[in-house]
Design a binder for this molecule. Structure first.
Ligand code: GLV
Length: 322
């Protein structure tokens, strides 16, 4: 059986697959254009994909003989899962292994924005630091403030836990309220979207990208937030209206933002590149060496399991496994 790996992964994942399968490994960082991808999936039973590969309904419809699509990411908005299910194709993702790593990074962005670390680095690096002064690059406190979390899934919960360590009040909003035991363990209080936006000092986004969460944060939401508030996004770019956010940052509708994801990656709204109250990162929240290695292996294992007739550990369309 043949597997296409669409883009460079950690090499042990390819070695693992080569033990039992014929592997067409696209070992580049550019990956495959939609046209080349369409040609390379011919005669393949398994695909190890990445979030930059688009498997929308028309691409999936054209897949012939493919049994599994194993995405190297926890998010899978790049794959039309209902279309894959209709076609009998298993879809898998890489949850859990990146939870704590991603929460660490959301926290890094939050801290960097609150305490102006990037500005401080640029200030020192460019030789502008001449003397200590009482309010030099004074930011705002994190400890004891109110943290609002959108989406109390695995990553949202890991962020909440860190918030408790900082003595913060933790609020959350989600389409579904978490079980009481989870709320109690985290000390997290369920509130409406409006309350979360209105009272939080820090708002961190941890929802998947769906039709329901697209542009969850736009002009109206930003205007509800405190002028001192900081927004952190490590989920998916389109969850935020990027133009609205850029403008809000420029007009100081909110104080600052920490962003790891963007609407049209790798493009970034030009205004975001021209304001000083934002910390920008190139979609690296899960990028510790350990975690990206585990994600690569997990996708390879999911792919192999499906092709060998075993249930993949991270199957998203479970109804196919009847
Ligand atoms: C990264 O963005 C992921 O979804 O794993």
């Amino acid at each position: 059986m043949k597997i296409l790996v669409t883009k460079r992964v950690f090499p042990e994942a390819v070695d693992f697959l080569r033990r039992d399968f014929d592997v067409d490994y696209e070992g580049t960082d550019e990956g495959l254009s939609p046209q080349v991808l369409a040609a390379r999936v011919q005669g393949v039973q398994g695909i190890v994909s990445q979030l930059t590969d688009r498997f929308d309904a028309s691409v999936i419809e054209a897949l012939d003989g493919v049994k599994v699509l194993a995405n190297v990411a926890v998010g899978y908005d790049n794959i039309d899962v209902p279309a894959a299910t209709k076609k009998g194709i298993f879809v898998t993702n890489t949850p859990d292994v990146l939870t704590e790593t991603t929460a660490d990074f959301a926290w890094a962005l939050l801290m960097a924005a609150a305490r102006r670390i990037v500005e401080g680095h640029a200030f020192v690096h460019s030789g502008q630091w001449k003397r200590w002064t009482i309010d030099l690059l004074a930011g705002q406190d994190v400890w004891g403030k109110t943290l609002g979390i959108f989406g109390l899934g695995r990553i949202g919960q890991a962020v909440a836990r860190r918030g408790r360590g900082f003595g913060m009040q933790v609020l959350y909003h989600d389409a579904q309220r978490a079980p009481e035991a989870v709320e109690q363990e985290l000390g997290a209080r369920f509130v409406s979207k409006d309350e979360l936006l209105g009272v939080s000092d820090y708002v961190s986004l941890h929802v998947p990208l769906t039709d329901g969460t697209r542009k969850l944060i736009g002009t109206a939401e930003l205007e509800r937030m405190k002028p001192t508030a900081i927004l952190v996004n490590t989920s998916r770019g389109p969850v935020v209206d990027e133009a609205a956010l850029a403008e809000a940052l420029q007009r100081r509708v909110i104080a600052s933002a920490g962003l790891d994801v963007f609407e049209r990656e790798p493009q970034v709204h030009p205004l975001l590149l021209n304001v000083d109250n934002v910390v920008l990162a190139p979609h690296i929240a899960s990028a510790s060496v350990e975690t990206r290695r585990r994600m690569s292996m997990m996708a390879a294992e999911n792919c192999a399991a499906a092709l060998q007739g075993r249930r993949p550990a991270n199957l998203l369309n479970a109804t196919l496994w009847a």
